[in-house]
Every structure is written in structure tokens, then in C-alpha cells.
Design a binder for this molecule. Sequence first.
Ligand code: ARG
Length: 483
Amino acid sequence: MSKNQLDKKSQAWSALFSEPMSDLVKRYTSSVFFDKRMWQADIAGSLAHAEMLAAQSIINTEDHASIQRGMAQITAEIESGNFEWKLDLEDVHLNIEARLTQLVGDAGKRLHTGRSRNDQVATDVRLWLRSEIDLIGDLLIDLQKSLVDVADKNVDVILPGFTHLQVAQPVSFGHHMLAYVEMFSRDAERMLEVRRRTNRLPLGAAALAGTSYPLDRERVARTLGMVDDKGNPQVCQNSLDAVSDRDFAIEFTAAATLCMVHISRMSEELILWMSQNFSFIKIADRFTTGSSIMPQKKNPDVPELARGKTGRVVGHLMGLITLMKGQPLAYNKDNQEDKEPLFDTVDTLKDTLRIFSEMIGGQLNPATGVKEGGITVNAPAMEQAALKGYATATDLADYLVKKGLPFRDAHEIVAHAVKAATSHTCDLSELPLTVLQEFNPMIEKDVYECLSLRGSLNARNTLGGTAPVQVHAQIARHRARLE
Ligand code: ARG
């Protein structure tokens, strides 16, 4: 092919083609304007491949050196914003390879020996996602630490615990915060498990069947850090599977979705707690907005948006799962559609985790070394709310059980007492002893201790319960785990 012919052809495979692609089809099929964000992974993958090709004497050391030099220049160009991304070159892989060949000639053309874009893209997505999972892991730790800090300050603050959104039993606000710490710690665990399966090498699968060159795939895996805890290289073991499945991306998005669902549940509570009818908490002004018509308003936009963005991530999960379901082996272009949902899931999750850590726990003031501007807790309002709705009714039943009554009978007696308190429009703890004794003569003065919010809290002293001693123990456990 003459130099002129080479310049004219705008695609890497073009000799066979008798007509050029229309602009519309080019735009439709190209992915460069979104997949270029994987450029670092693409270059890292190429360098590891080239190093192995040289070690196996498939390319010579001069070619290897030229590839390294070219890639260093490309890196500098991309970092400085001077790399020209071309739609005509379809995707990140072809853009970088074309520039490499422009810079270093034939050595650039030798890079693709024993490789296909199919195993290349699968490798890039895995490498890119692996580093994002690591960032997400750090953000999940930050968020958990913020929640533990708030919990620590509020172990003795009591709010009503709800079931069916009806007042159920008093709980420690610290305990309530720690419920979310549990959720986010499981999210972090899930991310680690997904990371393990993501961190496996497709390169060497080539287009779909493997390759006729004597590649050392384990060497490439080691170079790219695709190793297990013991340092053993992790290589996809079936070429057809390696190039085609995107289950790791789906798994990741499922884990991200669960994490967003946890954020969304918390958002719902923050929104409720901020409303005037609760007034349990305030979030700092910088996370709220005003209304253009109602001057008194301060709206919890950030938690509302997080709740809304959860829907978007759920949508990405559905998109990716549906993308996969009809695909025969091996690679199909459908898979190019994995990127935007995956990228947006990562961006949305990272932003949300960052903003929530700060909104809950505040921002570090470098002058004082103390975090400031997290949520403000209105302990009296919470306690006031816990006094409504007979939150200690179960405690009265438990009291009678300790006096020897079967639980079912005690339950019935307390139902009558609650009815009486309702008609007096007072709390159980406000009923005079004589009135309480009408329900059961075994009731004595010490009943008021168990009818108090604090008495109720202290009584729930089982592992995982809301008694302050238990909550303190959990805080210590989390702190040790998160350090
Ligand atoms: N841009 C493509 C993708 O994201 C790269 C792989 C293309 N392979 C191919 N045979 N067309 O999947």
C-alpha cells in the first residue's frame, strides 16, 4: 500500500472496504469521546504487552524501546491536552495506536502482534475499574468514619425508633447512625469481592480464540498487578469468555446500586428529619438551597438528588444486564455500550460518597484539625418525639413478665394501659401508680424506671442492641476496623 493510500484510509482494517463510512455511521459507531478516559489503562496494557513481546523475542528490543518512547510522548501529550482525539479513529485504542505509529513508525505497527482490540478493551475496562474500585473503597471508609464520629457524639441522644413509620421503641441516635455504618461496611466488602474478579487478565485471548504467538500471559498479568493476595498471576482461562463477558462490570454496578440504595434510605431519613414536623437535625446551608418564591425555605437538595440519582444507577444496572443477555459468544459490538453506564455509575457513586461524608461529618478545618459543619443534632426534639407514641410500652410488658406473667398476657394488659393513657392524653410514665396498679397489682414504684426512655434504652443490653454500653462497644470495634 502506498503512503498516499495509507493516509486516505481512515480505518485500521480498510483494504477490504469499497466505500467509506458515512458521517452518521462514524458518529454512531465511535466511542472515542467517552472511552478516551481509559487512556491510562490502555497505555499501561500496551506497555505490558510490548514488554512481554520483547521478553519472548516476538519483537526486538529496539522496537520495544521505540514503543516505550512513543508511549511516553503520547502520555505527555494527553496530560497536557495536546493530543488530538479523532472521531475517524473510532476509539481510544485506535487513536493511541495510530499516534504511536506516527511517532515511531513500524515499531508502532508491531505493538498489535498477538493482540486484538477485543482482549485489549476487556483489559482496559478491568484496569480502569480496578483503580476506581480502590478510590471508592477509600471513600467508603471516609463516609463510615464520618458516621462513627457522629454516632460517638450522640450515643446518649434518644430518638424514637420506628417500624411502619410508627413510633416503636426508643433508640440511641448513635445506634441509628451505626446501622448505616454496617450497610456501608458491607458495601465495601462487596467492592473488594468485585475487585478480585475484575482483576483478571483478558489479554492474550486475542480476538476470541487465543493466538499463534508464544505469549506469556502470566508475565503480563504480573506486570499489570493482576495478581491474587499471594502474588499469583490472575489470567482469564478461556479466550472466548475473556473477550466477551462483562459480568464484572455488572457485578460492580450491582454493588454500586446497593450502596446508592443505602445512601437513598439515609437521604429519605435526612429529608424527613429536616422537615419542620420533625426538626431532628439540620444540615449545613451549603448542602441546601432556597426557593425562588418562598423566602422561608431551605430545601435538602443534596439528599433529594442522591435519592434521585439512585434511580439513575439502578437504570444503569438494568441497562448493563440487558446488554449482556442476548449476546452469543464471543465479542460483539454491543459491549461498547458498557462504558457510558459504567462510567456514569462510578462518577455518580464517587460524588455522592464524597458529598455525604462531608455533609454528615463536616469538613476538616486545617487550622484546628477538627471537622466542622457536619449535621447538627436537635437532641431535645428527638427526645420529645420519643415521648410520644408509647415507645416504652414493650418495657412495661417486659416488666410484668419479670414479675411472672406470661408475655402474651402482659402484652394484653399493656394494651389496656395504653388505651387509658390515650384517653388521659398522657404518656404511660405519666399515669399515677394507682391507675397502673388497676391493670395489675404487681406493678410497683420501680415501674417508672423502666417506663423512662433511658431505662428502656439501658435495658436493651444485648449484642447489637441500643443500650449505650453496646453502642460504645460497636464504636470501638468500628474505629479499630477503620483505622
Ligand atoms: N470500542 C470497542 C469496544 O468498546 C473496542 C473493541 C472493538 N472490537 C471490534 N472488533 N470492533 O468494545
